[in-house]
Ligand binder design. Structure first.
Ligand code: FAD
Ligand code: NAP
Length: 339
């Protein structure tokens, strides 16, 4: 367990904003956790920092997850139970599972960050969510000072949400997850762009590797690379509204993309709403909105977290004023008092 005092955090998040932490602790094993205390008001757990905006310094301790590894733990023939530890790079798990002949994660290729953060917002892409393959989560409960386990049903998963992100925020350190992956591949090709990408390569009946490669190609083309331009992916969630509200919005904005979310709600494209308000490609100093994707706020170099947050508020307010739809941030903002 390595520790450091008064450390710069610029390279610890994909936004690449300057901030300092009073203390940083690297957690190498579950035993390290038993020796630490966590103060939810000031402390923070960080994985790859790809869903976080640091709007100021962290006065407490930043805990870094360094518990790595992944392996098959049970083989039922048609499916395999995989254990992945929280400090493992998510995309390396996806590639490893494909090499092992296992499917279920291919649509989630190239999502940045670490395994331990994946249950936080029930990561999802191209019509697939983590919750569909997850069997259970192991976590250290800072409050009770012991390891606990949650079945998928107990995780409170929803669209880009879970109990870990909402009602139990700051209570658990996720140490490992267990996934049930399939030997037989069933393609999930609901998204037009994914089918079109495969079509461009003349692939009519793709295997899991081909779906993964198509997702990787699409993401590289559509999203700014955080190693070149600081960002945290989608800054806002796609809003979900009642069917009646969606109908009245579509009457005003005929091209507004919308998708059924569940029996009574409709998901709207936040990127489209932001673009309609003229923000795509907008820049204020070094804080900006990506010119490739209106849902992605970017740091052109030396923007502070506070400047990016101020821009996010202006984007949110203008969408609310023009359309009546309130955007909620998907990225986590710390210190939490500034949100
Ligand atoms: P961090 O940013 O470090 O942390 C995120 C949150 O989880 C914080 O609240 C942190 O305190 C908490 N946390 C982290 N690890 C733990 C742990 N072990 N225990 C308890 N709490 C923890 N997300 C999607 O869902 N789908 C996408 O398609 C997607 N695409 C993206 C594309 C780009 C270019 C970028 C930059 C981001 C994208 N994201 C996407 C967002 C992000 O990559 C995911 O949310 C990812 O799971 C975050 O992982 P992380 O390790 O970087 O978490
Ligand atoms: P896209 O394919 O251009 O689609 C635009 C929006 O419409 C997406 O947000 C998506 O919702 C929704 N959508 C499209 N087809 C849909 C369908 N058949 N059924 C339901 N919803 C549909 O999206 P994109 O921005 O290029 O992103 C591609 C995928 O990667 C999306 O799933 C997106 O969530 C994910 N992604 C996530 C992040 C992040 O940081 N969270 C960043 C980049 C990409 P959903 O977003 O709900 O899927």
């Amino acid at each position: 367990m390595k520790t450091g005092e008064n450390l710069a955090l610029k390279s610890f998040t994909t936004f690449g904003v300057a901030a300092r932490a009073a203390r940083v602790v690297e957690i190498d094993s579950p035993a390290d956790l038993a020796r630490c205390r966590f103060e939810p008001a000031t402390d923070l757990v960080l994985g790859g920092g790809s869903n976080v905006l640091l709007a100021g310094d962290i006065d407490g301790t930043v805990f870094l997850n360094r518990i790595r590894g992944m392996r098959a733990v049970e083989d039922r023939g048609e499916s395999v139970l995989v254990e992945a530890r929280g400090g493992q790079l998510w995309h390396s798990l996806v590639l490893w599972s494909l090499r092992e002949g296992l499917s279920g994660l291919e649509n989630l290729s190239l999502i940045p960050g670490l395994v331990g953060a994946a249950p936080m917002q029930n990561i999802g892409a191209y019509g697939v969510e983590l919750s569909e393959v997850l069997e259970r989560v192991e976590a250290w409960d800072w409050q009770q000072g012991r390891m606990v386990e949650f079945s998928t049903a107990e995780c409170g998963f929803a669209y880009r949400d879970s109990r870990f992100k909402s009602r139990d925020a700051g209570r658990f350190f996720i140490t490992r997850i267990f996934l049930r992956l399939a030997r037989h591949f069933t393609p999930r090709l609901d998204y037009d762009e994914l089918r079109e990408e495969l079509g461009r390569s003349n692939i009519a009946a793709p295997d899991a590797h081909q779906v993964s490669r198509a997702v990787i190609m699409l993401r590289r083309r559509k999203l700014p690379d955080p190693t070149l331009l600081g960002n945290a992916g989608s800054f806002f969630k796609n809003p979900q509204v009642s069917a009646a509200e969606a109908e009245s919005l579509r009457a005003r904005f005929r091209d507004l993309p919308s998708f059924p979310a569940n029996a009574s709600t409709v998901k709207l494209s936040a990127a489209w709403l932001i673009e309609q308000c003229g923000w795509k490609g907008h820049r204020e100093g070094d804080a900006g909105v990506s010119d490739r994707h209106a849902l992605v706020l970017v740091n052109h170099g030396n923007a502070s977290g506070a400047e990016i947050l101020a821009l996010a508020h202006r984007v949110r307010d203008s969408v609310l004023e023009r359309t009546g739809v309130r955007l909620e941030p998907e990225a986590r903002i710390y210190p939490e008092t500034r949100t």
